[in-house]
Write a protein that binds this ligand. Structure first.
Ligand code: FAD
Ligand code: NAD
Length: 464
């Protein structure tokens, strides 16, 4: 006999959207059930943000030791070349993920959320059948939150399997691939590609657009392009993947003008975007309005059906963990009867490449040049940057010419990901250049470059 359960809120999907919504619902006293087919934490924790950043860190550590085997300007030396036991690296990365997933499970317990392991299929807008390993459960709820996330996009000519992998497999390889070809020079392709290059892979990047990281402008991506060039990474722009050779040992690509190249590869990482997961869970039994491939929601994260809510990657760009979590808090509080809206001025984006890129709010190219002031301060003139060998980069502030309100902040450089909070606060709080100029920034820190960019925007730079 099928078990039945009832609750106030049923959350489908336990990623940073779903698990955060469930925790907040539980904290607000709502009887909450969370269904997760795999492991709580979702893509982000299990096969996305966290494992990729762990691998990137390991690669940075390896690169730092490797530098010591060459002529090191700091006088640090080691005899011979370093080696890496990649199995142990992956074990360590899995340990980080394990620890955090355990933490999420603990938080769900503390909030009295019931977690069901299994796949949820909607029967209607209030009922799901959850198929677990051993049993099926029917769950009825007053409210449902859809947080099913996203999955890697497949290139038709390059089906996943064998040497052709997605980020899921790239994060759990048993050895560093000798020759890695990455298809797609976006977030995943460059974050992971650069990490594997540091770990010793020969790296080739194939991108269909005429530039890497098309989300950003040339000034921001130039230091990344420079790193790729200095590290012997071949980048084919305007190129399309045509498929693997018959023996599966090389990727065939077509360059602009029709030239075909064969790129020998042990692994081909396809990272051409992600698609919202809207199939396989009974969406046909609901009457949801769609927004292209995404579920359409309003600023309360309400779908077109009463008491059916949706958050995270499944509702649209940007497909970022912090956006999913922010929507989770909003939707839980709306269900609990509070007045909340998801209406941020800006959602920060951080690209963990070498060097890192941060962007909050508008890029100058998205605004009318006549009405803005763009001021950039280089890390070459920042003491902290030089004293930690941070290399090239800058902080750039764009403000309204009349009101001086900060409309966008970007930075590229080593360690700039940690400036994202300060940039977000400035843009979200609609600070002006004068506000920012009046804030004392600690010395010596990278953040001083943010302050200096504001001073420069006001026409009063101190160190430029
Ligand atoms: P997901 O995290 O995808 O979670 C959805 C969950 O729902 C999954 O666990 C799935 O098993 C479950 N599920 C789906 N359907 C059902 C069903 N019918 N029944 C039961 N369970 C179901 N974002 C950042 O902000 N920063 C980063 O640094 C970053 N790095 C990334 C690196 C990689 C390699 C990848 C792939 C992604 C990265 N992202 C990053 C994006 C981030 O992972 C996603 O934006 C985020 O996970 C979306 O959260 P979500 O809750 O919407 O969905
Ligand atoms: P992406 O959209 O960042 O980049 C995809 C790239 O592939 C683009 O440059 C695109 O022009 C290119 N492309 C598309 N089709 C192609 C083809 N057929 N051949 C060659 N190139 C092609 O997508 P992604 O790197 O797969 O990442 C997916 C999403 O995951 C991101 O958009 C982001 O939302 C999230 N993510 C975020 C982070 C982070 O926040 N640091 C890290 C990883 C992933």
């Amino acid at each position: 006999m099928m078990a039945t359960m009832e609750c106030d809120v049923l959350v489908v999907g336990g990623g940073p959207g779903g698990y955060a919504a469930a925790i907040r619902c539980g904290q607000l006293g709502l009887k909450t059930i969370l269904v997760e087919a795999s492991r709580v934490g979702g893509t982000c924790l299990n096969r996305g943000c966290i494992p990729s950043k762990a691998l990137i860190h390991a690669a940075e550590q390896f690169r730092a030791v490797e530098r010591a085997s060459r002529d090191h300007p700091l006088g640090i030396g080691i005899p011979g070349l370093p080696s890496i036991d990649f199995g142990r690296t992956i074990q360590w990365k899995d340990g980080v993920v394990e620890k955090l997933a355990g933490g999420v499970a603990g938080l769900l317990r503390k909030a009295k959320v019931k977690v069901l392991d299994g796949w949820a299929t909607f029967q209607d807008g209030k009922t799901c059948v959850v198929t677990g390993k051993a049993e099926q459960t029917t769950v009825s709820a007053r409210h449902v939150i859809i947080a099913t996330g996203s999955a890697p996009v497949e290139v038709p000519a390059l089906k996943f399997g064998g040497a052709v992998i997605s980020s899921d497999e790239a994060l759990s390889l048993s050895a560093v691939p000798k020759r890695l070809v990455v298809v797609g020079a976006g977030y995943i392709g460059l974050e992971l590609g650069i990490a594997f290059r540091k770990l010793g892979s020969e790296l080739t990047v194939v991108e269909q657009r005429d530039r890497i990281l098309p989300l950003y402008d040339d000034a921001l991506t130039a230091p990344v392009a420079g790193w790729l060039a200095r590290n012997n990474v071949t980048v084919h722009l305007g190129a399309s993947a045509r498929g693997m050779t018959d023996d599966g040992s090389a990727l065939l690509i077509e360059k602009p003008g029709g030239e075909t190249l064969s790129l020998p590869a042990d692994k081909v990482l396809v990272a051409v975007g992600r698609r919202p997961l809207t199939q396989g869970w009974g969406i046909e039994n609901l009457a949801l309005d769609m927004d292209g491939p995404f579920i359409r929601v309003d600023e309360r994260c309400s779908t077109s059906m009463k008491n059916v809510w949706a958050i995270g990657d499944v509702v649209g760009e940007p497909m970022l963990a912090h956006k999913a979590t922010a929507q989770a808090e909003v939707v839980a509080e709306v269900i609990a009867g509070r007045k909340r809206r998801f209406d941020p001025i800006a959602i920060p984006g951080v690209c963990f490449t070498e060097p890192e890129i941060v962007s909050v709010g508008f890029l100058p190219s998205q605004l009318d040049a006549e009405h803005i002031v763009v001021s950039a301060f280089p890390f070459a003139a920042n003491g902290r940057s030089l004293s930690m060998e941070a290399g090239e980069g800058f902080v750039r502030v764009t403000s309204d010419r009349t009101s001086r309100t900060i409309l966008g902040v970007q930075a590229v450089g080593a360690g700039v990901s940690e400036l994202a909070a300060a940039f977000s606060q400035a843009v979200e709080m609609q600070l002006s250049l004068d506000d920012l100029a009046g804030v004392i920034h600690a010395h010596p820190t990278l953040g001083e470059a943010f302050h200096e960019a504001a001073l420069k925007g006001l026409g009063n730079p101190l160190h430029a």
